[in-house]
Design a protein around this ligand. Structure first.
Ligand code: NAG
Ligand code: NAG
Ligand code: NAG
Ligand code: NAG
Length: 401
């Protein structure tokens, strides 16, 4: 076909299209002028979004409140002196200081008195995210890390931290890349009957310069606090790190495999990277005896896809966005679910990778060096097992073809 004919065809189509639009405009104008037509467009003179139904569950209700406050449409109305049209429950905020115990809680949660103590503690303090740092390493990221290894630990796990330093968490150069390791710690409260190990910890911090500690009670339900305090720390002291691997102190990480994987990423994929052992279609456990039990009075709904908290890998860029968005998500007592909620709010879905084995590998493979070379992360391993496995990873003679 010649170019001229092609052009002619296109012109012809354009003209027909124009005529059609003309007809449509004329018809709609005529209709609009027809005074008796009940279908005229009416511009609302008042609030036109749907009135939100208040959830009966405490967490959902607090999240609705936060969503409302962060909604730019409603925000302008909130800042003015008129709060007309907003539901009453929006006014019923907690204490002015978010770090004071919130005594609305026992009033608002009908079965509060029958809940396990860890829930009562969580609910009373869930709005506080400001805890002073007891130990910091402000210069630990001065040599821009390619990979920051972040390990959730507890004060008394000295041996686990040491095993990690001697194996997969060796700071310095690895595969020609800068790797930096930090351990995240809270405070061991005498309330929980822990012996005072703070002096030993201070000594360890001086020796290795890799501990970060905040002054809050280090409990299972405060792991979410550990997560957001870390994200805040990262945004302040380590924003230039390229990638972050965050895990427990009883996982084994094949750092070489992780670096190799990261080097192969395309730029587009690297920015939004969030990868791990992803759990989809999960929801809260309603059996009181289970570790992950959450009552209906606290949370209703399904969980978004989330990566098991044993260990996941993400980009430094995303870590900063997670910190920002976390301020718009109410703390949830299960830390990895909480991170999934933040990702969902960012419009991202965590990616599942077979190399993350937070539920371990089959027993028959646990002594197989070559299987371990293919893994990214496996849970759980004792300090002694870590020292046994690491040579399998770095040994140059081992032939795994
Ligand atoms: C190590 O990294 C540096 C800087 O990234 C690079 O210039 C050098 O070529 C690398 N060396 C090897 C052996 O890959
Ligand atoms: C940490 O917890 C201990 C025990 O409850 C307490 O005495 C101490 O004041 C807390 N804070 C610091 C900075 O150690
Ligand atoms: C979390 O830490 C804060 C500060 O130490 C404490 O008040 C609260 O009870 C803790 N929450 C849980 C669930 O342990
Ligand atoms: C985080 O929020 C602050 C303030 O709203 C903004 O300046 C910054 O660019 C945000 N950072 C990221 C990574 O989104």
């Amino acid at each position: 076909m010649s170019l001229g004919r092609k052009k002619g065809n296109a012109l012809c189509r354009l003209m027909i299209f124009n005529i059609l639009i003309c007809v449509l405009v004329v018809v709609s104008w005529k209709r609009g002028n027809n005074k008796g037509n009940p279908k005229r467009i009416r511009i609302p003179s008042q609030r036109f979004w749907r009135r939100q139904i208040m959830s009966k569950s405490f967490w959902n209700k607090e999240q609705q409140r936060l969503d409302m406050i962060n909604n730019p449409l409603i925000n302008s109305e909130l800042s003015g002196d008129s709060l007309i049209g907003l539901p009453d429950w929006l006014h019923d905020t907690g204490p002015l200081d978010p770090c004071e115990a919130d005594y609305r809680v026992p009033r608002q949660i009908l079965d509060y008195n029958t809940l396990p103590t860890r829930f009562q503690d969580f609910l009373l303090h869930m709005h506080c995210r400001m805890y002073p740092m007891l130990i910091n390493q402000p210069h630990v990221c001065d040599e821009k890390p390619f990979l920051l290894l972040v390990v959730k630990s507890l004060i008394y796990n000295f041996d686990r931290r040491q095993a990690i330093r001697q194996t997969w968490g060796q700071a310095g150069f690895l595969a020609n890349r800068t790797v930096t390791t930090v351990f995240l710690l809270g405070n061991a409260s005498s309330m929980d009957n822990f012996p005072d190990l703070q002096e030993m910890l201070d000594h360890e911090a001086k020796l290795h310069k890799d501990l970060l500690q905040w002054d809050y009670r280090d409990t299972f339900f405060n792991l979410t606090l550990k997560e957001v305090l870390f994200l805040e720390w990262f945004s302040t002291y380590c924003p230039q790190a390229q990638y972050v691997l965050k895990g427990d102190d009883d996982v084994f990480v094949n750092t070489l495999r992780v670096i190799d994987f990261l080097e192969g990423l395309s730029e587009g994929k690297a920015k939004d990277l969030f990868m791990g052992d992803v759990i989809s279609n999960a929801g809260p456990q309603r059996d009181k005896k289970l570790k992950y039990f959450v009552p209906e009075t606290v949370f209703l709904g399904q969980y978004p896809p989330y990566a098991g908290g044993g260990g996941y890998l993400f980009s430094g860029d995303l870590a900063k966005r997670l910190y920002n968005i976390s301020q718009k998500v109410v703390l949830y007592p299960i830390d990895d679910v909480y991170t999934g909620m933040c990702l969902e709010k960012l419009g991202l879905v965590p990616e599942k990778h077979k190399g993350f084995r937070t539920f371990d590998i089959e027993k028959k493979y646990r002594d197989n060096p070559c299987i371990h070379r293919g893994l990214m992360l496996v849970h759980s391993r004792t300090p002694q097992e870590m020292l046994k496995i690491w040579p399998w990873i770095v040994h140059p003679e081992l032939d795994c073809q």
